[in-house]
Design a protein around this ligand. Structure first.
Ligand code: UD1
Length: 416
C-alpha cells in the first residue's frame, strides 16, 4: 500500500483546501526551542516531515501535544539529548535545530542530515557561518558535534543564497550577544513567516522580506500562539494538475500573493486565474499552451520545488521548450519515468529539452523524491489509461493526503 493508482484523461472539477506550509512549519517548530514555555502552532500540516521534526523535539526533552493540525510545544525541560538518527537521517531540516539548540543549550551532537536526493545538498555553509558566531565544531564519521557558551553576533557575507542557512543563522542570532547581519539573505515567504513568528515572540529583526537581515540579539523570547500560512507549493501542485488535465477548480486559501512567478508562467501557458480573498479559481483548457523557456531561481523567481510539475505541463503541451534548473543539480530525476509515459525529454547538464509530445500513456512509475512524486501523479492525470505511482511515502513527506485532495478536485485516484 505504498502507491497511488490514477485513472487518467479526466477533466477536473471541484474544490479543495490548501494545507499549512511544510517549509514554514519546520523552521517555526525549530524556533520553539528558543522559547521557554509553551508555544501553540496552528495549521501545522499532518505530514511525515512534521512528524519527524516533532519526534526530534521530543528527543530533546520537549513535551509535544498534537490535536490534528494544532501543535503545542513545551520546552521547559530541554536537554542536549540524542536525536533519533532515523529522523535526522530522513529529513534535511533537522539541520535547522542546530542554530536554535546551540542558542538554548550550547551543545549539539548530530548525524549529517538526510532529505530528498535532489542534489549534493552540503551543509558546509551552515557550519562555516556558525563557526563565525563562536561555535566550535568537530566533524566525525557520519556527523559532528558543536559547542558554544554564548553565541556571538556576526556579519555574514554569504557566497550564495540559501534558504536553510538564512533560517539557521536567524535562529542562532535572535538570542546571540550583539548584532548579526545576513547578506544576501534568502527572501522566500517561509523566511518571512519565521521572522514574523520570532518578532511576535520578542525578537528584534530588521529588513524582513529583503535580502539584508539585521538581527539584534535579545535576552529572552516569550511563548506565542501562531498560525502557519497555506503552502504555496501544494497550491502550485494542484494548479498544474488543472493545467495538465483541464477543468475548473477552486483552491481554498491558496496564497496567491506569494505565487507571482508561478501564476505568471501558468497564465502564459493558458491558465485563467482569478485570485480571490479566500483562494484561487483556476480554469484550464484540456491541454496547456507551451512555454519556450522556464528557469528556476531564488524567490521571487520561479521555485525549484515546482520545476518538475511545470515540466509535466510543458511535456503535455505539444510544443517544444526548455527548462534551466539553477538551484539543485539533481532535480531532473523524473525524466526517465516521464519518458516511460511517452514524453520526449533530453537532459544536458542543468537543462532539460522538452520535445513536442501530444499525449502521455499510463504506466507504472516510481517516485524518487517528494515533488517529483507529485509531478508523476499529475502526469498520470493527463495520461491515457491507468498509471501507478509507487513509493508514495516520498509524496507523504509534503502532502497531507494528495489522494483525497485530488478526488475533491474531481480526479479518479485511489491508494494502491
Ligand atoms: C529549501 C527548501 C526546499 C527548496 C530549497 C530552495 C525547506 C525545508 N526546504 O531547502 O524545499 O527546494 O530551499 O528553494 O525549506 N548549499 C550549499 N551549502 C550549504 C547549504 C546549501 O552549497 O551549506 C547549496 C545547495 O546545495 C543548493 C543551494 O545552496 O544548491 C540552495 O539550497 P538551500 O536554499 O539551502 O535549500 P534548502 O534550505 O536545503
Amino acid at each position: 500500500m505504498d502507491a497511488i493508482r490514477i485513472y487518467g484523461g479526466k477533466c477536473l472539477d471541484g474544490q479543495t483546501g490548501i494545507q499549512g506550509s511544510k517549509n514554514a512549519s519546520l523552521p517555526v517548530l525549530a524556533a520553539t526551542l528558543l522559547i521557554k514555555g509553551t508555544c501553540e502552532i496552528e495549521n501545522c500540516p499532518e505530514i511525515s516531515d512534521v512528524y519527524h521534526m516533532l519526534r526530534l523535539l521530543e528527543s530533546l526533552g520537549c513535551r509535544v501535544m498534537r490535536e490534528g493540525t494544532l501543535v503545542r510545544v513545551n520546552t521547559e525541560h530541554l536537554s542536549e539529548g540524542d536525536m533519533p538518527a532515523d529522523s535526522v537521517g530522513v529529513m534535511r531540516s533537522s539541520i535547522m535545530l542546530l542554530g536554535a539548540l546551540l542558542a538554548r543549550v550550547g551543545s549539539v551532537d548530530m548525524d549529517y542530515p538526510g532529505g530528498c536526493v535532489i542534489g549534493a545538498r552540503p551543509i558546509n555553509l551552515h557550519l562555516q557561518s556558525l563557526r563565525k558566531m563562536g561555535v566550535a565544531i568537530e566533524e566525525r564519521e557520519g556527523g559532528f558535534s558543536a559547542r558554544a557558551s554564548r553565541l556571538k553576533g556576526a556579519v555574514h557575507q554569504l557566497p550564495l543564497i540559501s534558504v536553510g542557512v538564512t533560517e539557521n543563522l536567524i535562529l542562532a542570532a535572535v538570542l546571540a550577544e550583539g548584532t548579526t547581519v545576513i547578506e544576501p539573505a534568502a527572501r522566500e515567504p517561509e523566511i518571512q513567516t519565521l521572522c514574523e513568528f520570532l518578532k511576535q515572540a520578542g525578537a528584534d529583526i530588521v529588513g524582513i522580506g529583503s535580502d539584508r537581515l539585521t538581527i539584534h540579539g535579545v535576552d529572552r523570547l516569550f511563548p506565542v500562539h501562531f498560525r502557519i500560512p497555506a503552502d504555496r507549493i501544494v497550491a502550485g501542485t494542484y494548479l498544474t494538475a488543472c493545467m495538465c488535465a483541464g477543468g475548473r477548480i477552486f483552491l481554498q486559501d491558496a496564497p496567491c500573493h506569494h505565487m507571482a512567478s508561478v501564476l505568471s508562467k501558468a497564465a502564459e501557458m493558458g491558465a485563467e486565474l482569478s485570485c480571490e480573498p479566500d483562494g484561487m479559481l483556476v480554469m484550464c483548457r484540456a491541454k496547456p499552451a507551451g512555454c519556450e523557456r522556464l528557469c528556476t531561481g531564488c524567490y521571487p523567481d520561479f521555485p525549484t520545488d515546482l520545476q518538475s510539475l511545470f515540466m509535466v505541463a510543458m511535456a503535455v503541451s505539444g510544443r517544444a521548450g526548455q527548462i534551466e534548473e539553477t538551484v539543485f543539480e539533481n532535480r531532473f530525476r523524473i525524466v526517465p519515468e516521464l519518458v516511460k509515459m511517452g514524453a520526449d525529454i533530453t537532459v544536458m547538464g542543468n537543462r532539460a529539452y522538452i520535445g513536442s509530445t501530444q499525449r502521455l500513456q499510463g504506466a507504472i512509475v516510481q517516485a524518487e523524491e517528494l515533488r517529483g512524486g507529485a509531478a508523476l501523479t499529475v502526469a498520470a492525470l493527463a495520461a491515457d489509461g491507468t498509471s501507478i505511482v509507487t513509493n508514495r511515502h516520498y509524496i507523504d513527506r509534503g502532502y497531507e493526503d494528495i489522494v483525497s485532495d485530488l478526488r475533491e478536485l474531481g480526479a479518479e485516484v485511489e491508494l494502491a
